[in-house]
Design a protein around this ligand. Structure first.
Ligand SMILES: NC(=O)C1=CN([C@@H]2O[C@H](COP(=O)(O)OP(=O)(O)OC[C@H]3O[C@@H](n4cnc5c(N)ncnc54)[C@H](OP(=O)(O)O)[C@@H]3O)[C@@H](O)[C@H]2O)[C@@H](O)CC1
Ligand SMILES: Nc1ncnc2c1ncn2[C@@H]1O[C@H](COP(=O)(O)OP(=O)(O)O)[C@@H](O)[C@H]1O
Ligand SMILES: [K+]
Length: 487
C-alpha cells in the first residue's frame, strides 16, 4: 500500500478493475462502505450532513449517507446542482437514497456535529469560487468534525496545491492508494488523519500501471542495505571523506558523527590545517587530514565517498573543489554551501555530475540553483534530478527524493522536531555514510531520510541535531532484526 498514484493512474486502475468484472457502482459502494466504517470507528452516532458535488465524489456521498441512515444515524444530504444532472454510478446511488436531497448550502453545516465532504475529489479541475468557496469557509470555521472523501475538496490530488480554498478535514479516507497531494504540503495539512482503504482494486492492477512514486518506506530500499558480513573488515564498509570548513566546524562534526553512526568503516575530516585540532579533538574515532594533502587523499581509491557543503563556505574555491570531486565519479553528497556556490552558474554543476551523486537542497537552496523549475515539490525534484543526472532530495516537512529516471519517494512521517539547526548536516552525513557502504544513491537518500525521520519521531520534543546520530543504532537495529527475520 505504499505506492502513490496520480489521479490519472487512479482513474486507470478504476477502469481496468471495471473491465475486469467489478462494476463501477460496486466500487462506489465499496468506497462508501470504507468511509462509513471509518466514520463509525472514529465517532459515536451524531447528526451528520453529507455534502455532495456533481461528480462521482458526490456519488460516494449518497452511498455513505444511506449506510449511515440504515445504521440509525440522523443524516441530512445536500447536493450541488440537480439530482437529474447526475450521471452513471452517482445517479445510480442517488436513486437508492431514500432521504431528502437538499440544496447544498451553509445551513447544512450549521448545527451538524459531523460533515462529510464529498464535494470534489479527483475531478477537481479549477479553483473553487463563489457559493462553494463560501460553503468551504463555513465548514472550516464551524466547530463540527469533518471527514473528507478521497481528498479534501479544493486540494489538487496530484500536487497538494489548494485551488482557491480547501476543506480542512479531521480525517480523509482515500481509496486503493494515496495520491501525491495527500503527502505534499499544503494538501497534507488539510487531510488530518489519512486512511487508505481497499475497495477491490487488486495489487496486481496497481503494479501493472507501473507507479513511479512511493511513500518512503523500508520496503522500497531495504534490499539495498549493505549489512556487514562476518568476514568483512572496515574497508569493506567504506571510507568517507567529509570536507570541513575552517570556522563553522560544528556542521562537519555533525556530518562525521552521523556518517559513523550510519555504519561507515572509516571517516576522515579534511580541512585547513588550523581547524584540524578542533576536528581531531571532537571524537577519538574521527581521523583528520589537511586540505594540502588533497591530491594524495583522492588518489587513494579506498576513499570512496565524499560529503561537502555543510559549514564549508560559499565561493569560487568551494565551486572548484566540488568540480574536482565530481570529476572523480565517486559517491558524492552535495549540501548547503556546495550547492549555493553554484547559484551563479548552476549548469556547470549539472554538467559536472557523472558518478553517483545526491544533492540535498532545502527550498531556499533549490530556488537558487533551479530558479526556472517551478511547480509542486514532486515535479520540481524530478525535473532537477533529470537535469543534473543526480538524485535530488528537497528537504522539508514533505521531503521528496527523486532519481534521474523519474522514480520518487515522499516522506510521510510528521516530525516537526527536525526543524532545528544542524539537522540537515546530520542527514547529509547519514546519506554519505550509506553511500560509502555501497548503497545506490536513490536508495541511500531514501533510507537516510527515513532513518533521520524515524529518529526524530522517537526523540520528539526537545530534539537537538546532536541527538539524531546517537539514536541511529536503535533504528538501525530494528531494520537489521527485521532483515534477519526475513532471511
Ligand atoms: N477512481 C476510483 O477508483 C473511484 C473513484 N471514486 C470517486 O470518484 C471521484 C472522482 O469522480 P469524478 O471524476 O466524477 O470527479 P469529482 O471529483 O466528483 O468532480 C467532478 C465534477 O466536479 C466539477 N468540478 C470540478 N472542479 C470544479 C470546481 N472548481 N468548481 C465547480 N465544479 C467543479 C466537474 O465539472 P466540470 O469540470 O466537468 O465542469 C464535475 O462535474 C473520486 O474522487 C472518488 O471519490 C469512487 O466512487 C470509487 C472508485
Ligand atoms: N517541519 C518539518 N518537519 C519535518 N522535517 C523538517 C521540518 N523542517 C525541516 N525539516 C528537516 O530538517 C532538516 C533541516 O535541514 P537544513 O535546512 O539543511 O538545516 P541545517 O542546515 O541547519 O542543518 C531537513 O532534513 C528537513 O527535511
Ligand atoms: K472530497
Amino acid at each position: 500500500m505504499f505506492e502513490i498514484l496520480t489521479t490519472d493512474q487512479m482513474y486507470e486502475a478504476d477502469r481496468r478493475t471495471i473491465e475486469g468484472g467489478i462494476p463501477g457502482d460496486v466500487l462506489m459502494q465499496n468506497a462508501g462502505r470504507a468511509v462509513f466504517e471509518e466514520i463509525i470507528r472514529h465517532w459515536s452516532p451524531r447528526s451528520v450532513s453529507v455534502l455532495c458535488g456533481p461528480g462521482n465524489n458526490g456519488g460516494d456521498g449518497f452511498a455513505i449517507a444511506k449506510l449511515l441512515r440504515d445504521e440509525g444515524w440522523s443524516v441530512r444530504l445536500g447536493l450541488m446542482g440537480d439530482v437529474a444532472d447526475l450521471k452513471g454510478d452517482a445517479a445510480l446511488h442517488a436513486a437508492r437514497w431514500e432521504g431528502a436531497t437538499e440544496l447544498l448550502s451553509p445551513a447544512l453545516v450549521v448545527g451538524a456535529d459531523l460533515v462529510v465532504d464529498c464535494i470534489f475529489g479527483a475531478g477537481l479541475a479549477r479553483d473553487i469560487t463563489g457559493d462553494i468557496a463560501e460553503l468551504v469557509t463555513t465548514i472550516n470555521s464551524s466547530p463540527c468534525s469533518v471527514v473528507a472523501v478521497d481528498v479534501p475538496s479544493g486540494v489538487d490530488g496530484n500536487t497538494g496545491m489548494v485551488l482557491g480554498v480547501a476543506v480542512k478535514a479531521d480525517l480523509t479516507v482515500t481509496f486503493c492508494r494515496a495520491k501525491p497531494g495527500h503527502y505534499l504540503l499544503p494538501g497534507r495539512l488539510m487531510c488530518g488523519e489519512l486512511a487508505v482503504r481497499d475497495i477491490g482494486i487488486t495489487d496486481q492492477t496497481v503494479l501493472d500501471i507501473a507507479p513511479a512514486c512511493w511513500r518512503n518506506d523500508p520496503v522500497l530500499w531495504r534490499a539495498g542495505i549493505h549489512w556487514p558480513g562476518l568476514e568483512g573488515h572496515k574497508y569493506h564498509r567504506g571510507h568517507l571523506l567529509a570536507f570541513g570548513g575552517a570556522t563553522m566546524t560544528g556542521a562537519t562534526r555533525l556530518v562525521a558523527r552521523a556518517a559513523r553512526r550510519s555504519g561507515v568503516g572509516l571517516l576522515t575530516i579534511v580541512a585547513d590545517a588550523q581547524a584540524l585540532p578542533i576536528y581531531a579533538s571532537d571524537a577519538p574515532g574521527n581521523m583528520t587530514a589537511p586540505m594540502s594533502a588533497f591530491d594524495a587523499l583522492v588518489n587513494d581509491c579506498r576513499h570512496n565517498a565524499f560529503v561537502i557543503g555543510p559549514g564549508f563556505g560559499v565561493g569560487d574555491d568551494t565551486l572548484a573543489l566540488v568540480l574536482k570531486l565530481l570529476h572523480l565519479c565517486r559517491a558524492t553528497v552535495l549540501d548547503a554551501d556546495a550547492l549555493t556556490s553554484f547559484a551563479e552558474d548552476p549548469s556547470t554543476l549539472c554538467f559536472a555530475v557523472q558518478g553517483p551523486t545526491v544533492l540535498t537542497p532545502h527550498e531556499g537552496e533549490f530556488a537558487r540553483l533551479f530558479p526556472d523549475i517551478n511547480g509542486d515539490k514532486l515535479c520540481r525534484a524530478r525535473a532537477a534530478a533529470k537535469r543534473c543526472s543526480a538524485t535530488v532530495l528537497i528537504k522539508g516537512a514533505d521531503t521528496v527524493i527523486a532519481a534521474p529516471d523519474g522514480r520518487a519517494a515522499i516522506s510521510a512521517v510528521d516530525v516537526p522536531w527536525l526543524a532545528t539547526a544542524g539537522s540537515g548536516d546530520v542527514l547529509a552525513g547519514i546519506i554519505g555514510g550509506l553511500m560509502a557502504q555501497g548503497m545506490d544513491s536513490f536508495d541511500a537518500a531514501c533510507m537516510g531520510v527515513w532513518l533521520h525521520a524515524r529518529s526524530g519521531a522517537d526523540i520528539g520534543p526537545g530534539l537537538i541535531a546532536e541527538d539524531i546520530p546517537e539514536h541511529l543504532p536503535a533504528v538501525l537495529r530494528e531494520l537489521w532484526l527485521a532483515s534477519r527475520k526475513k532471511a
